[in-house]
Every structure is written in C-alpha cells, then in structure tokens.
Design a protein around this ligand. Structure first.
Ligand code: AMP
Length: 463
C-alpha cells in the first residue's frame, strides 16, 4: 500500500486527448498511455512489451472516463483494452467498499472465465476484488462471492438476472458498465436479458460496448446506452493478408539465425523487415547479420529518434538491406517496396501478425511474408490461421527443420546439404524452399545433434 501511495504522488495522469477527443498518439508504449505502475508491472509480467492497436486507441479514452464503442474481435487484445483502464479508475477512485463498481457482461462462460483471469492477472498489485457469475453451475458459491462485496463482477446475462431476482446483486454504486461481444449476445438470443440488466443500472455511469460487427439492433442499442462515445475500430485486418504470399518455416529456436541467413541467400530478398519479439533480440539479430556480411540495422523504442530516422533513411535508400524491428517501431514505418517481411519470432497476438505482414505488399505491390516458428510458437500460428481464415503454406524443404528438441544449442543441418545454401529458392511463395501447399508440417528428416550446421554462417552469439 505504501508503494501505491508513493507512485500516486508521481503519477502524471492518463495520456492527453486532443481537442477532438482523439488520443494524441498513433502508437505508444504502455507507460505513455498513462497507466499506473502496479498495472505496468503486471503487464510486463504477462510478457506484453507493447500495447496492441486497440489498446493504444482505447485505453486513454477509458482512463478519461469517456464512453467507448469498440469494433474489435477477440484476439486483438481487447480484454486488456478495457480491463487495464477499468482497474486503474477503480484503484484511483473513491468508491471502494460501496458495492459493485464495474460490471462486465459477456455472452459465454468461457469468455467470463478468461476475462476474470485477465482482471486477476492485471490487477494483481491492486487490492480490488472480482466475482464471476455464470450459469450451469451451483448458484450458492456465486451468491457468497457477491456477498463479499466485489468491486468487479464479470457475468453472463441469464445467471446475473437470476441473482438480481434473488436480491443478491447491489448495483447502485456501479461506475462502469461493459457490454462485451454485443453482436454475439444478439446471435445467442441474449439481447432481451441484456436490456433487462441495463434497465436496472444507475443512470450515471461510464459505458463501454464492444462488438465485432454492427447489426442494426446493436447500433440501436449503442445509441441508447452510449453517450458521446469515442469510436475505436480495429479494422478487420484479415483482408490485408490476402495479397501477400505467406509461408511458415518450422525450426528450432537456436537455428533461427542460420535459417535467416539461408533465406537471405535469395537475391529476391532485396529489402526486408525482420520482426523480433524483443529489442534485445532485434539488436542481436542485426549484429549477427552484420557479422555475416549482410547490412542490417535494428530499430526499436530504445533508439533515439535520430538513430531511428537514420536507420530508416539508410533502409529506404538501400544502404542497408535489412531492418530488424520491434512491433512498436515498425508501426510508423511506411516504406514502399519492402519485398519481404520475416517474422523471426511469431507474434502471440494474431492481429500483430497481419499488421506486420502488411508492411510488405504496399501500394498494390505483392509481397512475401515468412515466419520462423519454433515449437513454443506453434499455437500462435493456429491463432493466426484462424484470424486470416486460411492455412499458411509450410516450407519444409529447408536445411534446419524442427526437431522439437528443447536443446539450446544449434542443431546440425541434414547431411549432404550445405547449411547456408540448402536447396536454392524455387521462386515460389517464399524464398529458400518450397511451400507444401496447405498441408501440415512435413516430418524432419533428422539432423545430427549439437555443433553448428555444416556450412552455416559463422558467429556464436545466440539470437
Ligand atoms: P483478447 O483479444 O483480449 O482475447 O486477447 C488475445 C490475447 O492477446 C490474449 O492471450 C492476451 O493475453 C494477449 N494480449 C493482450 N494484449 C497483449 C499485448 N499488449 N501484448 C501481447 N499479448 C497481448
């Protein structure tokens, strides 16, 4: 608590909004959004390095107490986009102990569980209590949880109405109401229940409504419940992925740098953006490339504005062939004729993948995007494929196939291949090998363990 009081003294408030009420930044880091230290710490512990676009757009509005209409679907990071600022407003507000202060209505039990987990994760350094309310399980524990005066209730509409009918839900202290997945509520036939819940809420409150689509009935509802809402839209990004040839290489993490050199062995890779998960990896990859005769520069949030500008100018002019970037740094990059985007690390937010690959194939040019997927990143590919609604072709004909071994040392290329060369690019969807259509990953043809692959580029620094 002492710590909390100390940071409050230093807290300068949420990010400013401009006169039109828009956020003043197109991209930002979590601290720039105006989040308080206990939340920043929790977010860092989740492994989030940068806010997703919906978070950049929504968090400042919600912190300022504005109503919000968010057009976004699951997978965009929308839960944190509302949970983080809600936690902050509740933590800094004075309504503690008066009753339920935030109510999140969501259509399914699974979503309710996920949302509550997010509130718990993000709110771990704030002493706010939450309760879950959903059907299909015993009602008594939920009654008890509500009697314990939670600050936040995450609920599905039917069970919430049951509990309201039993007098277990005190809503007169409510400050913030979130209607999550409004269009799904409609599809699932819950819209009347939702309206009944809304009619029981106090009139003075902040409202946030999220919906992936805007059917007429939801538009009607937004008019009724939202007052002068800020509108935040995460464009249905899946369409941008269509004109870009994509491919995925399954590879063990220690071999990613060798695979990168292999892919860059194709002259068709004239100007490539390489994305990494962290700034440190970006630095190491750029260093490794330079050590191996490929001109590269890293660009990320730790670099000064002038260093970033210089790197961009060099990249545009072709002085450097490769720009290694973190997601945040790349958001402002608008360079035509990026021939390739290489996901050195597969992003865990599917939306980020589409934003990344959208850096190639600009100005109606076609582009190529390849991703290096290690065993731990396989599930991210599944999420991405779900979002873009297609299978990403797999290139299995490359010298560093995944063995799945947790071993941290680079693994050997299959014998009889020169590591840096492998099979020459087939001028197919991706450099450095042939995508196997939409089929699954072909089994590794077994490489020897340990040591550097024969003929792989030199350098021992791990990236
Ligand atoms: P959601 O759209 O809220 O269902 O979030 C999708 C996934 O993205 C969840 O697994 C979150 O943990 C994750 N996520 C949310 N925000 C970020 C972020 N800024 N960086 C990385 N992952 C995130």
């Amino acid at each position: 608590m002492k710590k909390f009081v100390k940071f409050l003294k230093n807290f300068s408030g949420p990010a400013p909004l401009d006169e039109a009420g828009a956020t003043t930044q197109a991209s930002a880091d979590f601290p720039e959004l105006g989040l308080i230290e206990p939340l920043l710490r929790a977010v860092a512990e989740q492994g989030y390095t940068q806010p997703t676009p919906i978070q950049v757009a929504a968090i400042p509005y919600v912190l300022h107490g504005r109503d919000l209409l968010g057009c976004a679907q699951t997978g965009t990071g929308k839960t944190a986009a509302f949970a983080l600022p809600i936690l902050q407003r509740l933590a800094l507000g004075e309504g503690r102990g008066r009753g339920i202060r935030a109510l999140i209505l969501t259509p399914t039990r699974e979503l309710a569980l996920q949302i509550e987990e997010s509130f718990k994760d993000y709110g771990r350094y704030l002493s706010l209590k939450s309760a879950l309310v959903y059907g299909g399980v015993g009602i008594e524990p939920q009654r008890r949880a509500l009697a314990a005066r939670p600050d936040i209730v995450i609920a599905t509409p039917g069970r919430l109405l049951d509990l309201m009918g039993q007098g277990c839900v005190k809503l007169d202290a409510l400050e913030i109401f979130v209607l999550d997945e409004a269009d799904r509520m409609l599809d699932m036939g819950f819209i009347h229940d939702v309206k009944r819940v809304i009619s029981a809420l106090p009139k003075e409150r902040q409202n946030l409504l999220f919906s992936a689509t805007m059917p007429a009935e939801i538009q009607e509802l937004t008019k009724r419940i939202l007052h002068d809402p800020a509108k935040v839209e995460v464009t249905p990004v899946s369409s941008t992925a269509e004109r870009i040839d994509q491919a995925v290489y399954y590879v063990d993490r220690p071999n990613k740098r060798f695979l990168l050199m292999h892919v860059l062995g194709d002259d068709a890779v004239k100007r490539a953006l390489v994305f990494t998960r962290t700034k440190a990896i970006a630095n190491r990859v750029a260093g490794y490339l330079n050590d191996n005769g490929v001109t590269a520069e890293a660009i990320h949030g730790n670099k000064s504005q002038s260093a970033r500008q210089r790197a961009l100018t060099n990249f545009k002019s072709g002085t450097t062939r490769i720009l290694v970037a973190s997601d945040l740094a790349a958001r402002g990059i608008d360079i035509d004729e990026v021939t390739h985007v290489i996901n050195y690390d597969v992003p865990n937010v599917a939306d980020t993948y589409v934003h990344r690959i959208g850096r190639t194939g600009r100005a109606a040019a076609s582009g190529i995007a390849v991703s290096f997927c290690d065993p731990e990143e396989k599930s991210f590919i599944i999420g991405i494929e779900r979002l873009i609604r297609k299978k990403i072709p797999v290139v299995s004909d490359h010298p560093f196939p995944m063995t799945g071994k947790p071993d941290d040392s680079p693994q050997a290329a299959p014998s009889g291949r020169s590591g840096g060369g492998g099979r020459r690019p087939q001028r197919s969807a991706a450099p450095g090998g042939r995508p196997q259509g939409s089929g699954g990953q072909r089994r590794s043809r077994g490489g020897q363990q340990g040591g550097r692959p024969q003929g792989a580029p030199g350098g021992s620094n791990k990236v």
